[in-house]
Design a protein around this ligand. Structure first.
Ligand SMILES: Cc1cc2nc3c(=O)[nH]c(=O)nc-3n(C[C@H](O)[C@H](O)[C@H](O)COP(=O)(O)O)c2cc1C
Length: 269
């Protein structure tokens, strides 16, 4: 993406909102009250596109992104969103079928809207799209575990369950998403937050599409312990695996929400 603002002088209403909302303060009026980058601004620009998003008249476009091609802002219905949050569950039973291609495409199309610190282009998503590929990961995992001479407590539990026909690592899921991060491109302090935020968005949107998901500490641990499994995730060498989420078409259906205990909350005034 070319980071460059272009302003249609005819449409500009000279409100200065793009200038006010620019996080880096790199937009200013020129002599004709038309917004432009301050000297050196184009290089500093992080490409958040707030200037285009806030422009009331659609005068400001960003690189090859035309303001007219953006969707209108709509915050949806808060009751629906809360219902989704309350209804979200961790799924550990999946149908033995691929995630439908259209749902996969919808999930992928959502990814660029996930926020990252400093709007960094720092994440890599390895998405296992077929049950065949997932089966290869599962087979590699368990054959490696069966060959290990010394097993950790967790590996021993996975091995014992496997010999009883249970897959407690991948829960029989047909798909997974593994998020990796390029630390060089990441704002200090956001190394953990960025990938976890990404999977939080992924989980809620996937469940709104009727898919099941489960955060998978076990799959993360096993990928980090077994190089042959890590290799199957095809994570580019400049990225480090951060977290794994399983997903697929659920084989079970929850009937009602849970009634969780409240976290510790303190209102500070
Ligand atoms: C960071 C994280 C890691 C998790 N790892 C696993 C896992 O390895 N295997 C698993 O079956 N569930 C895993 N879970 C799911 C939790 O056990 C689950 O969220 C918890 O039991 C509450 O259930 P709920 O998600 O349906 O509300 C994980 C959840 C989180 C948030």
């Amino acid at each position: 993406m070319r980071k460059k603002i272009t302003v249609d002088a005819e449409k500009c209403v000279h409100c200065g909102m793009c200038i006010k909302d620019c996080v880096l303060g790199i937009i200013a009026f020129d002599g004709n009250d038309i917004p432009h980058y301050t000297p050196g601004g184009e290089k500093q620009c992080v490409g958040c596109q707030h200037c285009m998003a806030i422009c009331p008249s659609g005068a400001l476009s960003f690189g090859d992104k035309n303001a007219q091609d953006s969707s209108p802002v709509g915050l949806g219905n808060s009751a629906d969103l809360l219902q989704l949050i309350k209804s979200r569950r961790s799924y550990r039973f999946y149908k033995n079928e691929d995630v439908p291609a259209d749902k996969l495409q919808q999930l992928i199309a959502m990814l660029p809207f996930i926020p990252t610190g400093g709007n960094a282009d720092n994440l890599h998503f390895s998405i296992v799209a077929t049950k065949e590929k997932m089966e290869a990961i599962r087979a590699t995992t368990y054959s490696a575990i069966l060959k290990l001479q010394q097993l950790s407590k967790f590996q021993m539990a996975a091995k014992n369950a496997y010999t009883e026909g249970k897959d407690i690592i991948y829960r029989g899921a047909p798909s997974l998403v593994a998020v990796a991060i390029d630390k060089e491109k990441t704002i200090e302090g956001c190394e953990t937050a960025d990938p976890i935020i990404a999977l939080s968005y992924f989980e809620l949107y996937a469940q709104s599409l009727g898919l099941g998901t489960v955060w998978c500490d076990m799959a993360l641990t096993i990928a980090n312990q077994l190089p042959e499994v890590y290799a199957l995730l095809e994570i580019p060498s400049n990225y480090t695996l951060n977290y794994v989420m399983l997903f697929g078409v659920p084989a079970i259906k929850y009937t009602r929400t849970i009634q969780p205990e409240m976290f510790a909350v303190k209102l500070l005034r």
